[in-house]
Ligand binder design. Structure first.
Ligand code: 3H9
Length: 698
């Protein structure tokens, strides 16, 4: 029919094959091809039944998300699905891979569904801030009822083909040749004189109307406070499926989809989806020849070293873990063992998997044992002299061509690399704690890092199931530079009249799981104190400096682990309460600087924190530390709890309006010119009517 949908007739079966790599997304050409092919099959007197299948690795993984937010060319998906469903001959689909979103909806338009046993089905639209828009909200409940339908649509999680069959969404599981089985099934249907079996006419899912309605009521309560609109609209549509005629339900779904598609939340979530994938595309990949990484060494068996080891073991790498002394090594191995024990206890892995992974771990106190490994990740104490010592030792023992990655959060990797004979092999891998769980991996490229080493890092990150982002060398790389700006903006407000609790509440209201002072208390105030002390010598005395955190640290109030920090913690409690003595310290600091305290609304707190982050992001772009604005967003989304439905600080600035944000920054300049002065990039974008997203380069 066109390049993306072919039509052929075999043994009286019209075979419609979708071919639109890589994931057979249902873009305009696929939709129109399917529509025309359905018409043709209906009209062709030699055709007695129809098979819809997909070439390549997967049945369509959904609508083409790149078309979202733009006028959609007709036929729209729900028209295509309705056309397939209305065919006067039985229609069979054969599903392999992941039938997601619109792909699943196409399958629901068919009359019979075959699936490869390892196929998966899902309705992930909610993760993009929308709802199934190809009739899914009306057809799935007809087959399975409200509960399972809402599980699929509200969680966005996919289910196995077996589960789909148990629920009644799939008719037959296929172990052998799917295309051949599909063809045979369609031919058999024709021979038996089977009739179309449109899903829109089915009512199995409505068998118990009271239970259906009870499910709706319960879910409606659950999603009442959702931060995006889609979950509420999903519940409304599923309710309508039982109460309204099919066509009216479809119209309601359409209207809800349109509303959600153009919301800020959906735009931000789409941005996050593509930003994550874009981040993996770095210039070093072009023409790279990857270095082989089959074995990994980790130096340092503290929290980071053990977490990194688990991440590597989970990916199937043999890991040699090095610690200075026997006692430290034993503690480290015990920590790893405890992580796996917990995973078994929670049913995430079985005992055999744990044993296999622990079997890949070798502990040692001898650096020479790293002589044969392909990659060493150094995760020792964050102190230049300690790291330099380890680097010198590694330089002696590592084989030529092995990669030396440092898990520093702040230190100058160029300087570190310059201390050894092979700076080209040195790269930064900035993991986030807990390193076996947190998705983000900043890959820090030093001046002399060999591009092949960078490319190898990106390939490895995929194996470790991390989201890698390229960063240049600077104090704190991307994430901690933005974090420092965020905290400074918060500290200024603290000094000017806000309280930790007020700032934290405002940022939680924005969507962060915890506020900046809660994070400091959890992470330990001593870490950022060490950084401030390190930078003290080079700090310009004219720059505004807030010493409140230092005063807490001087008292040993390092946060939760010390029982007090910005908040007070009852013995063993992780929930802090406001500490009058901290408020006293803040008041004294204000008095010493002659500041008259004033109120800050939640909106102002949010605007200042976000403005500071975006401005720092603009500086990182100007300095070339970040390749593109969306990389900064990915770092904040995957490493710092930035709410995904806000898209990240750069996207949030785009959505708010660059001129608005820049004007706010300008209005605060007098308070701390070195901090609040907008980076020149703001003006450059604004005067050309551009946004940060225009710099993402696709
Ligand atoms: C929907 O269906 C709405 C309907 O109900 C109603 C409509 C009216 N569109 O992830 P990968 C690209 S909403 C466009 O690296 P994997 C992706 O960007 C949709 N492009 O592979 C990448 O491009 P590039 C509901 C898409 O093997 C390439 O394909 N569906 C889409 O790790 C490979 O992707 C979803 O939300 C798309 N839908 O994972 C499913 N999907 O190479 C979204 C992928 O240029 N997709 N691309 O960077 C996924 O979850 C994963 O891609 C999948 C494969 C699991 C399928």
């Amino acid at each position: 029919m066109n390049d993306h949908v072919t039509y052929e007739v075999q043994d009286g079966v019209a075979v419609l094959t979708i071919s639109h790599p890589p994931v057979n997304a249902l873009s305009f050409s696929v939709r129109s091809g399917l529509f025309e092919a359905a018409e043709r099959a209906d009209a062709d007197p030699t055709v007695r039944s129809v098979l819809i299948r997909a070439a390549g690795r997967t049945f369509p993984a959904g609508a083409d998300v790149r078309e979202f937010g733009k006028p959609r060319a007709k036929p729209i998906l729900s028209t295509v699905v309705a056309r397939i469903e209305a065919l006067s001959k039985p229609v069979v689909v054969a599903v392999q891979g992941t039938a997601l979103g619109g792909g699943f909806e196409v399958a629901l338009g068919a009359h019979y569904r075959l699936a490869a046993r390892n196929a998966r089905f899902g309705l992930p639209e909610v993760g993009l801030g929308v709802l199934p828009g190809g009739g899914g909200t009306q057809r799935v409940p007809r087959l399975v009822g409200a509960g399972p339908a809402l599980d699929l649509m509200l969680s966005g999680k996919s289910i196995s083909a077996e589960k789909a069959k148990d629920l009644g969404l799939v008719d037959v599981l296929v172990d052998g040749d799917l295309a051949a089985e599909g063809l045979a099934f369609a031919r058999d249907l024709a021979e038996k004189g089977a009739q179309p079996r449109p899903t829109c006419d089915r009512r199995e899912g409505f068998a118990d109307p009271a239970a259906y309605q009870a499910e709706i009521t319960a879910r409606r309560a659950k999603v009442a406070k959702a931060r995006i609109e889609a979950p509420r609209r999903i519940v409304d549509c599923v309710e309508a499926a039982m109460l309204l005629p099919f066509e009216a339900g479809i119209a309601m779904e359409r209207a809800a989809f349109d509303d959600c598609e153009n919301s800020d939340g959906a735009r931000a979530l789409r941005h996050a989806f593509f930003a994550e994938r874009r981040a993996a595309k770095v210039p070093e990949l072009k023409g790279a020849s990857l270095r082989e990484v089959k074995t990994i060494g980790v130096v340092g068996a503290g929290t980071m070293g053990t977490g990194i080891s688990v991440a590597c073991l989970d990916a199937g790498f043999p890991v040699t873990l090095v610690e200075r002394d026997e006692a430290g090594l034993i503690r480290g191995v015990e920590r790893i063992d405890a992580i796996y024990e917990r995973a078994v206890a929670r049913g995430r892995i079985d005992a055999a998997t744990r044993d296999a992974r622990m079997g890949l771990l070798t502990g040692t106190t001898r650096m020479e044992d790293l002589g044969a490994v392909d990659l060493v990740i150094e995760a020792v104490f964050e102190e230049v002299s300690v790291k330099e010592g380890v680097f010198a030792q590694l330089d002696q023992v590592m084989k030529p061509g092995a990669i030396l990655a440092t898990n520093t959060s702040y230190l100058d990797i160029n300087a570190l690399a310059a201390t050894i004979s092979r700076p080209q092999d040195v790269v930064g891998y900035h993991f986030f704690s807990p390193a076996n769980i947190m998705k983000l991996l900043e890959i820090v490229v030093a001046d002399k890092t060999d591009p092949n080493v960078v490319a190898t890092g990106f390939a490895l990150a995929r194996k470790l199931r991390k989201v890698p982002v390229r960063a240049g060398v600077t104090d704190g790389f991307i994430g901690n530079r933005i974090l420092a700006a965020y905290r400074l903006a918060a500290d200024f407000m603290l000094e000017d009249g806000a309280t930790p609790a007020r700032i934290d509440a405002a940022m939680r209201a924005y969507g962060f799981p915890v506020g900046p002072y809660q994070v400091l208390d959890i992470a330990g105030l001593d870490i950022s104190w060490a950084r401030r002390k390190r930078l003290a010598a080079t700090r310009d005395p004219a720059h505004r400096y807030v010493a409140i955190g230092d005063h807490l640290c001087e008292r040993g109030w390092f946060g939760q682990k010390a029982g007090r920090g910005y908040y007070l913690y009852e013995e063993g409690s992780r929930v802090g309460t406001e500490d009058p003595e901290v408020l006293e310290i803040i008041a004294e600091e204000r008095a010493a600087k002659g500041i008259t305290p004033r109120d800050f609304s939640a909106e102002e707190i949010q605007a200042r924190c976000l403005g500071a982050m975006a401005n720092e992001g603009a500086r990182l772009l100007e300095e070339g530390v970040a390749l593109r604005p969306s990389d900064i967003d990915v770092v904040l989304l995957f490493g710092y709890g930035f709410p995904r439905w806000r898209g990240g600080p750069m996207m949030a600035a785009d959505l708010r309006g660059l001129l608005t944000v820049e004007n706010e920054l300008k209005s605060w300049v007098e308070e701390a010119p070195e901090f609040w002065t907008p980076a020149p990039l703001w003006d450059e974008l604004i005067k050309n009517g551009r946004h940060f997203s225009d710099l993402n380069g696709d």
